[in-house]
Design a protein around this ligand. Structure first.
Ligand code: SF4
Length: 340
């Protein structure tokens, strides 16, 4: 955790959620969950105080997806505990995540009253057919309306999108990224679809009604999407589900679950850039590519996969990588020795 921003998470399960997002297991596991309480907020802040680095911004984050859709009294109880901690200087900011159709002026007025700084919206897709097939229960127009209201009310806006949802394609996922960029959020999270046990999506997949969005599918499409956000100077604050013992221990039954997905995507972006540079290089050449400081392993890929692919695709005699501290995400063709 960096000294710049420390997150103190409080998970707010959405018990009795009326929606049926196919990838979500809230309904089926809600019997095992308890609602979050003001006491949980206080305890989380107290426990975090012991290990968070000094000097960084401490943000209390209500996670769980639908904060403003839970009963108003529960929201107020949690927000009261958070605001008291904010006023005492124990935390520096409050953030929460919610659904686009659970935002209106009254909701935003409440959040402002309790000092919330950042609102994170699960957009997931900007394609209405994909949203419908995914059981989201809202439209792309809801995302646009809610995003504009949040920004107009002066909150920081973070948008979440998913890739590989039912009915989606790489083109639709890229289009979703473009539409999200047009909304100018302060940051985005990208979650390639993971098939979690005890979900409708898992049933659909087992019945052959949904094709798994594999790690390779996610890497391919995210390697297109990430540069779009970078070019638009919109920070991607998360790529891929946070690895947890539960997911790693079997709850993620298929789909794009990989503890280092972000690294794989960055490595693929460098592979694509190298491909563009090597176009036209004569087969049999000895090539050296230059990358930024600390980027050698990203360029080489997991188990030197990128080196193997490039060597094969371009028929190279040799491919070397060297670092140049002045380069950042860029790569350059340092030297090409043609076959004698
Ligand atoms: S992801 Fe969908 S189904 Fe799950 S809690 Fe949120 S709104 Fe409800």
């Amino acid at each position: 955790m960096s000294a710049r921003a420390s997150i103190i998470p409080v998970f707010v399960p959405h018990l009795g959620c009326e929606h049926a997002c196919v990838f979500c297991n809230q309904r089926r596991i809600s019997g095992a969950q308890k609602p979050a309480t003001a006491e949980d907020v206080k305890n989380s802040i107290e426990q975090a105080a012991a290990f968070l680095p000094q000097g960084g911004k401490r943000q209390l984050a209500f996670y769980g997806g639908s904060f403003t859709a839970i009963p108003a009294e529960e929201q107020e109880a949690l927000l009261t505990a958070a605001k008291e901690a904010l006023d005492r200087g124990e935390i520096d900011a409050i953030r929460l995540s919610t659904r686009p159709d659970a935002i209106d002026e009254a909701v935003l007025a409440r959040l402002r009253r309790f000092g919330v700084e950042t609102v994170e919206l699960g957009a997931q897709s900007m394609d209405d057919a994909v949203l419908r097939l995914s059981g989201r229960g809202h439209t792309a127009a809801d995302v646009e309306r809610a995003s504009k209201q949040i920004q107009a009310a002066g909150f920081r806006l973070i948008l979440q999108m998913m890739t590989g949802l039912p009915g989606s394609t790489d083109e639709k996922d890229v289009e979703t990224a473009r539409k999200i960029i047009a909304l100018r959020p302060d940051g985005v999270r990208i979650y390639p679809t993971v098939i979690v046990r005890d979900t409708a999506l898992c049933d659909m997949w087992r019945a052959g009604k949904y094709r798994e969005h594999t790690v390779e599918d996610a890497v391919r499409v995210c390697a297109e999407i990430l540069p779009l956000f970078e070019a638009a100077e919109i920070p991607v604050i998360r790529l891929g589900l946070n690895p947890t013992d539960e997911l790693t221990g079997g709850a993620a039954v298929a789909g794009a679950y990989h503890p280092a997905l972000g690294e794989l995507v960055k490595s693929r972006i460098l592979l694509n850039k190298a491909r563009a540079l090597l176009r036209g290089v004569e087969p049999g050449s000895r090539v050296t590519l230059t990358v930024g400081k600390g980027k050698t392993s990203q360029m080489a890929g997991q188990h030197r996969e990128n080196v193997r692919r490039l060597t094969e695709e371009f028929g190279l005699a040799e491919l070397k990588i060297r670092e140049n501290p002045e380069l950042n995400g860029e790569i350059l063709l340092f030297s090409v020795e043609k076959r004698a």
